[in-house]
Design a protein around this ligand. Sequence first.
Ligand SMILES: Nc1ncnc2c1ncn2[C@@H]1O[C@H](COP(=O)(O)OP(=O)(O)O)[C@@H](O)[C@H]1O
Ligand SMILES: [Mg+2]
Length: 142
Amino acid sequence: MEYDSFSEKDTYEIAKKMASRVKKGTVITLNGDLGVGKTVFTKGFGAGLEISEVISSPTFTILKEYTSGRLPLYHFDVYRIEEPEEMDEIGYEDYFYGEGVSLIEWADNISELIPGDAIRIEIEKDLDKGFDFRRIVVTGEQ
Ligand SMILES: Nc1ncnc2c1ncn2[C@@H]1O[C@H](COP(=O)(O)OP(=O)(O)O)[C@@H](O)[C@H]1O
Ligand SMILES: [Mg+2]
């Protein structure tokens, strides 16, 4: 599935709709360059789960957990991870295979830990289509 986003709001809304379809135990990978909109996507996704807390980038913590919505949201940002063992330390399997939905920014940094049935999202710019244009490519959604 491919979506064309022309604004931050578009990305937010695309993510929000996707969240209304997910079930517990879903793992979603988010890849794409710095500033492409992975955190914007996560905020929209959180809105779709009816999360009332403010979602912010977890860059300095690896994981932030939001529990006020329809399902818990486990928001990972593994940009700074050096080795997969750091994921063991936070007990990642309890989240990936748990009661909520895991969204992982920079998931390519821990590709060996990603479950085979994860939903994979790539966000990319195409400057020919404008500064705010993003193509959002989703694979593995049932
Ligand atoms: N179509 C778009 N979708 C998402 N963000 C966009 C879009 N166009 C411009 N932006 C801007 O790009 C930035 C994306 O930031 P962020 O979500 O933090 O990126 P990332 O988490 O991928 O590093 C924001 O400043 C946002 O306003
Ligand atoms: Mg981010």
